[in-house]
Design a protein. Structure first.
Length: 350
């Protein structure tokens, strides 16, 4: 299993112990959605049902980043329900977070990056992931629901970021993600070659995960034979400087071995309206909201009764086998469930 299908929670043993003892002081990483507005409306987007509205008021993201660093959060990701580069504070917030000792990352469609951004991103981001889900101008316009000119802009912007990385001797990992759907499947292999030629570090083909509120419906099942063939051809493109990853289809099942989500406190999502969630997929369920950073400090929210009520609601009232396949906490939950409920005998004979 590659790391994109796995987890890294095992490297945070103190936080695991603190969580089980009810004294975890902060999540390990926080995703911030600067704005719900997006310049694209991808066919498969899980968040189209939310309407792509709302945004942080100017200056609030910077205030939030300072607070997250102060309470011990280790990393922040700028992504969310919209396109993060549409918010006036995002680039400055990236620089601030890095200066405060946080690891920083961003997911973006990449179409709105400007000349002045590339050096900043190369110097401050641990990784960047481009959502680039098509293999031609026409296919891009259809899948991303945008104008075909954006196809060329993204290619040029990836090229410029790679140039900045090389020139500045930066350690930034440049990745690209491709959500595999019937509308783009025939382009996946050639797009992987294109991105390798552009100098990205990896190209990840991710399977479409159905969601109870998703507006997009897959009308054609992509066969295992196609996936297997794509995986074999992808391996031929791998090198010391490039990984072509076809994500595992094993995670397409919603079946869970766990009945409790122990991983909820380690990853937190703050949407463009200031609402704090531990579970990204249930934004339509207001009982999963921990609090709101426009009304209270994050530290107050983390210690609040409402936070605990939201965790209890997820664990006691939501049927885990009805959740979307491979949610962000899924592999963490598998690992922590096994720690608490070992499936092997004689665990003390190590």
């Amino acid at each position: 299993m590659n790391l994109l299908d796995g987890h890294k929670i095992n490297y945070h043993t103190k936080e695991i112990s603190d969580m089980f003892e009810g004294r975890l002081e902060a999540p390990i990483y926080v995703e911030i959605s600067p704005t719900g507005i997006c310049n694209h409306k991808c066919l498969f987007c899980h968040y189209n049902y939310l309407g792509h509205e709302g945004k942080f008021k100017k200056g609030k993201i910077l205030e939030l980043v300072r607070e997250l660093a102060e309470i011990g959060v280790k990393s922040v990701v700028f992504a969310g329900n919209g396109e993060p580069t549409l918010h006036v504070d995002t680039i400055e917030a990236i620089q601030l977070a890095k200066s405060l000792g946080l690891d920083v990352a961003m997911s973006t469609n990449g179409a709105l990056l400007k000349e002045e951004h590339f050096d900043i991103l190369a110097k401050n981001l641990t990784w960047i992931r481009f959502s680039f889900n098509a293999g031609s101008e026409e296919n891009y316009a259809h899948v991303h629901q945008t104008k075909s000119d954006d196809w060329h802009k993204v290619i040029e912007n990836i090229k410029k970021l790679k140039e900045a990385k090389t020139r500045l001797k930066s350690d930034i990992t440049i990745g690209s993600q491709f959500v595999l759907i019937p509308e783009n499947k025939e382009y996946a292999l050639e797009h992987g070659q294109r991105l390798k030629d552009l100098g990205v570090d990896y190209f990840s083909v991710k399977h479409f995960y159905d969601h109870s509120h998703n507006e997009f419906e897959v009308k054609e099942v992509i066969s295992e034979e196609f996936i297997e063939s794509l995986s074999k051809e992808a391996e031929k493109l791998n090198s010391d400087n490039f990984n072509f990853l076809v994500r595992s289809t094993k995670n397409l099942s919603s079946k869970r071995v766990y009945t409790k989500c122990y991983g909820l406190e380690f990853i937190v999502f703050i949407d463009e309206n200031g609402d704090v969630y531990s579970c990204f997929s249930h934004q339509y369920d207001k009982k999963t909201i921990m609090g709101n950073v426009f009304q209270n400090s994050f530290k107050e929210i983390w210690a609040s009764v409402k936070k605990q009520e939201s965790l209890n609601h997820i664990n006691d009232c939501i049927e885990k086998n009805s959740c979307q396949p491979n949610c962000r906490h899924h592999q963490i939950n598998n690992y922590l469930w096994e720690l608490k409920n070992p499936s092997i005998e004689h665990v003390n004979f190590i």
